[in-house]
Ligand binder design. Structure first.
Ligand code: SF4
Length: 61
């Protein structure tokens, strides 16, 4: 199973949460968090990771 995580550099723009709410949700800390790494295909997650303005979404296969 691929490992998906978000680094502290997240600025809370919510782009990833808008795209894949099954995988990412905003936390009380104003940053996105991974709630279910299997909520979307790895390809979809990688696309969202590439679109993150701060490159905070990391995927390890
Ligand atoms: S797209 Fe990147 S910066 Fe925006 S909320 Fe998601 S992880 Fe944070």
């Amino acid at each position: 199973m691929a490992k998906v995580w978000i680094e502290d550099s997240c600025i809370g723009c919510e782009a990833c949460v808008d795209e894949l709410p099954e995988v990412f949700q905003m936390g009380d800390d104003g940053k996105a968090h991974v709630v279910n790494p299997e909520g979307a295909s790895l390809e979809e997650i990688k696309e969202v990771a590439e679109a993150c303005p701060t490159e905070s979404i990391k995927v390890e296969e």
